[in-house]
Design a protein around this ligand. Structure first.
Ligand code: AMP
Length: 381
């Protein structure tokens, strides 16, 4: 019988989950609080607040299993659903990943290196923590921050008051955490999946570049990472097993002087895994669905090398990518808005030389040389 997968959140991740689930014969239902959520362009929706029990009840009555397209679904709502239908990842895993303090504490317990951190409840506490952790450091909201939002960098003592002015009011609402600044050379992510039966697979490591805290480009498999692969995958596996995690997740890591430090985990399919649609044997979206439905997982092997470029704010012209033999286009069907992720492109090629040429061409045609510069610099010709 056709299974209906319910997705809390109707953004581009839900949209790409639905696209990848169609060949599996799946149907979908999205719950979102805005009627124009982009997955709703071809997935039936329940429009309602995530805390509204009537909306949750209608959603639960129509789906066989529920999952998430964003991590900030209230954990009580996830719990409410889990008492009625299967929900993956579990509300417990979700609530730990929603809280930077809880997830960093878990990483440390699991023997995974992290930057020094402290829970901050007051200006006095912030000053004391800075004495211990040192500067530069970053004050972040514990919850509800994403894409660099809800963060303040403290470089000198003069920044402390401004940091408190900017974020102090959040201490009671969502909590604050102070983190030591990791002067990393590279940012790497592991996108991994764990099935209902505990089977674990990870895609090759991805290298990521951010612009104003938002992902700008990803290259996979990350170059010169063979010696890190084992540690990074072991970290991801440890996290997944400790949470009895089911589904896809991403572990974001900083690489500094050969050592990996965990920054955060995203309990869902992740932007740094979008390249897997064209660049891997099985995409993160398909494997997430397989995992939550209890189906066998597909191979996570890469096919050649891929570079994903994010389109932020508005879509550029599609022609340079579409007319490139290695180009793949993803328009999320969203209205343009500053800072919004509206689409991405993936260039996939069998050799570094081919990918280099494709990136150079697309970067030049779109007048986005700066965006392709870093990934290009990694390609060995
Ligand atoms: P986050 O929201 O924690 O993923 O942070 C967004 C970006 O800010 C990261 O991808 C890093 O580029 C930077 N960042 C966050 N935390 C740190 C840190 N402790 N040290 C250095 N850079 C950081």
């Amino acid at each position: 019988m056709t299974k209906i997968v319910g997705i809390l959140g109707g953004g581009q991740l839900a949209r790409m989950l639905a696209l990848s689930g169609a060949p599996l014969g799946l149907r979908f239902l999205v719950l979102d609080n805005t009627a124009d959520a982009c997955a709703g362009q071809f997935v039936p929706m329940v429009v309602g607040d995530y805390r509204d029990e009537n909306a949750l009840a209608e959603f639960a009555s129509k789906v066989d299993v529920a999952t998430f397209d964003f991590e900030n679904v209230p954990s009580e709502s996830a719990q409410w659903l889990a008492e009625r239908i299967p929900v993956f990842p579990s509300p417990r895993a979700l609530s730990i990943a929603q809280d930077r303090l809880a997830e960093k504490s878990l990483f440390r317990e699991l023997g995974i290196s992290v930057a020094p951190f402290a829970d901050i409840a007051s200006l006095d506490g912030l000053q004391k923590a800075i004495e211990q952790i040192g500067m530069p450091c970053i004050l972040k909201t514990r919850r509800l921050g994403y894409d660099g939002k809800g963060q303040f960098r403290i470089k000198t003592v003069d920044d402390v008051q401004s940091a408190w002015h900017a974020l102090g009011a959040q201490a009671e609402k969502v909590g604050l955490i102070l983190e030591g600044f990791v002067a990393f050379q590279r940012e790497i992510s592991v996108v991994a999946v764990r099935g209902r039966d505990g089977e674990f697979r990870a895609w090759p490591l991805t290298e990521n570049w951010h612009e104003n805290g938002v992902l700008s480009a990803s290259l996979a498999p990350a170059t010169d990472c063979d010696n890190l692969q084992e540690t990074a995958l072991a970290y991801a596996k440890r996290v997944a097993e400790s949470l009895d995690y089911v589904g896809v997740f991403a572990l974001e890591l900083f690489l500094k002087d050969g050592e990996l430090f965990a920054n955060e985990m995203a309990p869902r399919v992740h932007n740094s895994g979008h390249w897997t649609i064209e660049g891997a044997e099985t995409s993160q979206f398909e494997n997430h669905l397989r995992a939550v439905l209890g189906l066998p997982l597909g191979s996570t092997a890469a096919i050649g090398t891929s570079c994903m470029l994010n389109w932020i704010g508005e879509m550029p012209s599609a022609m340079p990518v579409l007319s490139n033999a290695h180009g793949h286009w993803h328009d999320y069907g969203k209205l343009p808005r500053e800072g919004r992720k509206v689409g991405h492109a993936t260039l996939r090629a069998d050799s570094h030389a081919e990918l280099f040429e494709a990136l150079r061409q697309v970067g030049s045609d779109l007048n986005r040389k700066a965006q392709v510069e870093a990934p290009i610099s990694r390609l060995k010709l």
